[in-house]
Design a binder for this molecule. Structure first.
Ligand SMILES: *Cc1c(COP(=O)(O)O)cnc(C)c1O
Length: 390
């Protein structure tokens, strides 16, 4: 089997580097306590920040629409896949993001690819934050524009690169709103100020910010009181469902309908997913107490860990990176967590810089006080055992 032999060889390289990945099976609905590979675990790594993935009202909306419209959309939006639910949800998203319009994609990943491969063209340049999500990186690779990387949230470096790129036709700045491995919030006010000064366009990916950041959960725009040219998002994190979107002006959305290949050539998400997300956006807006619970849980975890002496990164977001240091130690830490019934992954290079391997915790509004107390207890125990804290 020369084909498999070659693949085994490639996989052995991954294994030798200690970077082999494998699947784990979740045997229950998404909630803080789950059965993972047959073992009861308290999950501290889910993106279901507001508990909407398993909310009865969201499920009910999907069921009702499933019965009326069936399981599949049957075509791309431009052929037979467009339903009233798609358009209703797009209006809802635009309203939530306070933009003129919005357009659905099958995922946040595909929204980034669709926007970045169509909007910046030949002769243009994209300035991209060093820690941007993989889907942004891939979108930049597919674009005919050139890409320059600026240091993570470093406005001096961004300004320098804006000065250096005056010869390009158009300039685009692209950034995560909330960075998925560091939990930092992009300084959108300063980015937009620079963009205005240097006549650049701003694209923000608010995947981890939507529902979490800003008084009404509208994301980083609300947080800073600004409006970028383009907002990308996903329905799969706080909104608890599936699908992605781009939001902006009518002209921008019309442009995407005519140019974004991941929109034109892909089957639309089913109406049932649209109905579920429609209800979820309503709940994200109305249930402020859920967001308050989430932020109070975030504060408890961060304060508790810092008090023990852990180095905890990030801003006020649900992503809580706890720096462990060496790769091996972070992996050992994650294994020990699992033995104690806590599910949280170790993140290693190349995803994060060498020496900054970490346990990446996320918290949700649904975690109980007891579960958080237990998490802190376990971190105290393992941290001492592995001599990370005193
Ligand atoms: C999760 C994520 C995406 C991808 O969204 P999906 O809907 O899961 O494809 C894109 N960008 C960022 C920053 C993300 O965290």
């Amino acid at each position: 089997m020369p084909f498999d032999g070659w693949l085994r060889g490639r996989l052995n390289e991954v294994k030798a580097a200690g970077l082999y990945r494998k699947l784990r099976t979740m045997e229950t609905a998404p909630q803080p306590e789950m059965i993972v590979d047959g073992q009861k675990q308290i999950v501290f790594s889910s993106n279901n920040y507001l508990g909407l993935a398993n909310d009865k009202r969201v499920i009910q909306a999907a069921m009702k629409t499933l019965n009326q419209f069936g399981v599949g959309s049957s075509g791309s939006r431009l052929t037979t896949g467009n339903s009233g639910w798609h358009q209703k949800l797009e209006k809802r998203i635009a309203d939530f993001k306070q933009t003129e319009a919005a357009l659905l994609f099958s995922s946040g990943y595909l929204a980034n690819i669709g926007v970045l491969s169509s909007l910046p063209g030949k002769g243009d340049v994209i300035l991209s934050d060093q820690y941007n999500h993989a889907s942004i990186i891939d979108g930049c690779r597919l674009s005919r524009a050139e890409t320059l990387i600026y240091q993570h949230v470093d406005m001096e470096d961004l300004e320098k690169k804006l000065t250096d790129t005056a010869c390009f036709q158009r300039r685009f700045i692209v950034t995560d709103g909330v960075f998925s491995m560091d939990g930092t919030i992009a300084p959108l006010d300063r980015i937009i100020e620079l963009a205005n000064r240097y006549e650049a366009h701003v694209i923000v990916d608010d995947a981890h910010a939507t529902g979490v950041v800003g008084k009404n959960g509208r994301g980083t725009s609300e947080c800073f009181g600004v409006l970028p040219d383009v907002v990308i998002g996903t329905l799969s994190k706080a909104a608890g469902t599936e699908g992605g979107f781009a939001a902006g002006s009518h002209a921008f959305i019309d442009f995407l309908i005519n140019h974004a290949r991941t929109f034109i050539f892909q089957t639309a998400i089913p109406p049932s997913s649209c109905a579920a997300a429609y209800v979820a956006f309503g709940l994200m807006e109305q249930e402020r107490e859920k967001r308050q619970l989430l932020h109070s849980n975030i504060k408890k975890v961060k304060a508790g860990l810092r008090e023990m002496g852990y180095q905890v990164k990030g801003d006020d977001t649900a992503i809580i990176p706890v720096i462990i240091g060496k790769e091996g130690t972070a992996v050992a830490f994650s294994k020990k967590l699992q033995e104690k019934g806590i599910y949280a992954p170790a993140i290693r290079p190349p995803t994060v810089p060498a020496g900054e391997s970490r346990i990446r915790l996320t918290v949700t509004a649904d975690h109980h006080a007891k579960e958080i107390e237990y998490l802190l207890e376990v971190f105290d125990f393992i941290g001492r055992e592995l001599r990370i804290i005193k």
